[in-house]
Design a protein around this ligand. Sequence first.
Ligand code: PLP
Length: 464
Amino acid sequence: MASEATRHRSWAEPYKIKMVEHLKMTTRAERDAAIREAGYNTFLLKSEDVYIDLLTDSGTSAMSDRQWAGMMLGDEAYAGSRNFYHLEEAVREIYGYKHLVPTHQGRSAEHILSQIAIKPGDVVPGNMYFTTTRLHQELAGGRFVDVIIDEAHDSASEHPFKGDVDLAKLERVIAEYGADHIPYVCIATAVNMAGGQPISLANLRAVRALCDKHGIRVIHDATRVAENAYFIKEREPGCADMTIAAIVRAICDLTDGCTMSAKKDALVNIGGFLALNDDDLFDAARNMVVVYEGLHTYGGMAGRDMEAVAIGLHESVDYEHIKARVGQVAYLGRKIHEFGVPIVVPIGSHGVFLDAEAFLPHLDQDVYPAQTLAAELYLDSGVRSMERGTVSAGRDPETGQDRRPKLELVRLTVPRRVYTQAHMDVVAESVAEVFDHRDAIKGLRMVYEPAQLRFFQARFEPVA
Ligand SMILES: Cc1ncc(COP(=O)(O)O)c(C=O)c1O
């Protein structure tokens, strides 16, 4: 018998369930019809045909009773809503940025920032692209340049901070284009396209120092900054005794502002913002938000939504919350890994990323292995995931050719506070089932391709 000192002690979610939502179970024949109807694109499935929805962690969180109570305190005045001031206070307290421009979600903040900061011909270095972020940079006439460390592109590398910037790459970009053509360096925390991989504080400090030397701003995509902070606490020497809030603040203090999709860390179904320290840039952003989003004291959000974001931001830096959130993803990842299925390691913050190239080595990238795998997983169990590979990477605007990303991934994204451990077991077993029958899987060909962000609406057919 294990002694008291050695006995394993489990931990559980720091909340209990107050309301439930019914899930529809489907048959294989129903799923077959549904995925065909959806053009083999999981974005085009009806949510009611999905059993466990791991499409995204964006806007899919369960809000807390405090957030729902906050919704009742919505001040829906057109101008000067009290909820705006609560949100401004929360952003100043938690992130420390001086100015707040609310937006209806993250990409609107990216749009405004890109329009006011980027001139045609500029380049924006960053630690891996994100789909909407890069597109807005391109629409403003800029070009994204990837300066993340090489390990980030290697799904098997166990590097603890695969979100780190390669400083030599960044120096080369500055030398080649000149600081005058770099409006800012774009730093994501818990880098989504790398598999939810964190950047270290030490690396961010070095980026800051290099940018200071050249007078270049550092803008932070803070969408999952609390999740990144959890990994810093766990892994970075000297940070174990820091609170999540202190680490989040330390990250933000090294940057000049942020774009934020509040639909992730901040535990709301809709919302976002741009936060800036620079007075002039803020003035330009405040002028632009009224054109595209709404008055600068609501920016596309209802008062009640701003209140829920303000409360969610406080909840996001609670240690027990973030430990359970990242812990649930790790539980799913370990389980899938134990079945021998190739995944991105270390397991990331917001989802488990299947390595579709290693899963389906007989499929060329031309037949979209990750898109195919996402469709197969849905067919097996009704679990919805999403492609993060060739389809998401899109075409190079200069050559018109498909980009060939090194990572061909399927993302199983875990919504916050929504599913139980039993749901995670069902997902892992379904992935294992598809893995067992992988040799029989054939690819897809694209039969409809939208001009922008094609992964959302593209349609496919099975190859013969
Ligand atoms: C890292 C990152 N940045 C920006 C965005 C865009 O945010 P939104 O979907 O709220 O427009 C997302 C959303 O998926 C994201 O993951």
